[in-house]
Design a protein around this ligand. Structure first.
Ligand SMILES: Cc1ncc(COP(=O)(O)O)c(C=O)c1O
Length: 458
């Protein structure tokens, strides 16, 4: 099943052969020999894990994904926006080998050299001097930690009344309890039962699902709920909402940052998905010219192994005494070595520059596909090397998750790999290749997506 409850077929079917520099399909799909493995996964794992196109990944390199039966996909997923410096980047592999050869596999929060190197690097990327860095394992832990720090900050500065944590409708901050309280998708929060009223979501100014892009709507929504600024401890948003991707209007983001600064409310940007070059900037909030107090990082921070981080204002990061804000795998040597290698690779250059150079290629390519399917491709959003096409029922803004999945599956059969559609209702075909994808590979992908859309969309 996909994130929206739909399932890819496990019945092998004949598909046309494909053989280009970036895509090779030489078997039926799914590969008949892979089906028992996929069925085993269905048998032994919860169905929540069955969401992706039916490939058994054997190895990955750069912007390619291989199975062991000779098929190769052009990868437009980067995992799920993880491998910004390319799949299985050789510099990361070398760094991991060095750590394995020491050997050093785990340390808890005993110090090790690479951890010192990584927090120094992340401190150097912070938007202001003196920011501190707390290493964790998953993006959800990072956003949860931001919630905890903001609530603690509010309580200590202004007392227990200062408890409101504001986020945005349609936001995604992870799947643990605090992250889902902060999330903006009501369907994902049903399990929480009675809601915690200190978490409150305001409309995101995306200009499509919510056409009102005025910052005043933020103020009006808080006022209508009777939440004064002095009772708000923090405002958190993804720097772009993953469902679109949807971006803030620059003026809105600046007004929000000013409002937070004027009212001593912590501004928190969730860069788990957006950070480390995805939009052509180190952090996507740089596109708005704002300075957050806390930054949640994950995914692309290491381009590979599980690592997350909170980078934040020193007075906020120092709210907890020694030993009281840690995690067993904070600064685990292998993910840390991977992150150091990945950040140094991004710093060596080429990646952010390529994301910026490919920005018009991707946007114009997708807009031309939208032009071919104006009634079904409801919206195209793109920045750097992240983009989305929202598939809708003809001539409406109503999401068509079934058609989006069919397009995704038709791409898979043609050797173009994307993760299952995302979006509020599974209508968004999301595109996120490695940041060094060549123009030729990107254009091949756009043309393949166009063929799939021509096949599926009447
Ligand atoms: C914006 C954002 N925040 C938080 C998370 C949660 O990260 P993780 O799955 O590593 O817990 C994600 C994951 O997709 C995300 O996209």
């Amino acid at each position: 099943m996909t994130a929206h409850g739909r399932k890819y077929s496990l019945t092998p079917r004949d598909v046309p052969r494909v053989d280009t520099a970036h895509r090779r399909i030489v078997t039926r799909l799914p590969v008949p020999e892979s089906v028992p493995l996929l069925e085993n996964l269905e048998r032994f794992e919860p169905s929540s894990m069955q969401g992706q196109p039916p490939v058994i990944i054997d190895r990955t390199e750069g912007c390619h994904v291989h199975d062991k039966w000779g098929n190769m996909w052009l990868d437009w997923s980067s995992g799920v926006l993880i491998s910004n410096v390319g799949n299985s980047n050789p510099h990361i592999i070398t760094a991991l080998r060095e750590m394995l050869d020491k050997p050093l596999l785990s340390t808890y929060v005993f110090a090790h050299e690479k951890r010192a190197e990584l927090v120094g690097l992340l401190n150097g990327l912070a938007p202001a001097a003196g920011y501190k860095v707390f290493l964790l394992t998953t993006g959800s832990e990072a956003t949860e930690n931001c919630i905890k720090l903001a609530k603690t900050y509010g309580m200590e500065k202004r007392g227990p009344e200062c408890r409101y944590f504001i986020t945005f409708q349609n936001a995604f901050h992870g799947r643990t309890m605090g992250a889902q309280l902060a999330g903006g998708n009501p369907a994902q929060k049903k399990w929480l039962g009675r809601p915690d009223d200190s978490f409150f979501q305001v409309p995101f100014p995306d200009g499509y699902k919510n056409p009102d892009m005025r910052f005043e709507l933020f103020l009006e929504t808080l006022a209508s709920r009777g939440i004064p600024a002095q009772k708000v401890c923090g405002v958190m948003s993804e720097s772009f909402q993953g469902t679109g991707p949807d971006f803030f209007p620059v003026e809105y983001a600046k007004s929000l940052a000013d409002w937070c600064a004027e009212n001593d409310v912590l501004l928190i940007m969730d860069e788990v998905q957006a950070g480390f070059g995805r939009t052509g900037a180190w952090f996507a909030f740089e596109n708005y010219g704002i300075v957050p107090d806390l930054i949640a990082c994950g995914k692309g921070v290491s381009s590979s192994l599980p690592l997350a981080a909170v980078i934040g204002r020193p007075d906020v990061m120092e709210l907890y005494p020694p030993g009281s804000m840690t995690s067993t795998h904070s600064g685990s040597p292998l993910p840390v070595a991977a992150a150091v290698a990945s950040i140094r690779e991004l710093q060596r250059g080429g990646y952010l520059e390529n994301a910026r150079a490919m920005d018009p290629v991707l946007r114009e390519g997708l807009l031309s596909l939208q032009g071919r399917h104006p009634l079904r491709a409801g919206r195209v959003q793109s920045k750097g090397l992240v983009a989305g096409i929202q598939i809708v029922l003809p001539g409406t803004r109503t999401p068509d998750a079934r058609a989006a999945l069919a397009v995704n599956e038709a791409c898979f059969r043609r050797g173009l790999l994307m993760f299952a559609p995302v979006g509020v209702a599974g209508e968004c075909i999301k595109i996120a290749p490695a940041l060094d994808i060549s123009r030729e590979a990107l254009e091949e992908g756009i043309s393949t997506l166009g063929d799939a859309m021509d096949e599926v969309l009447p």
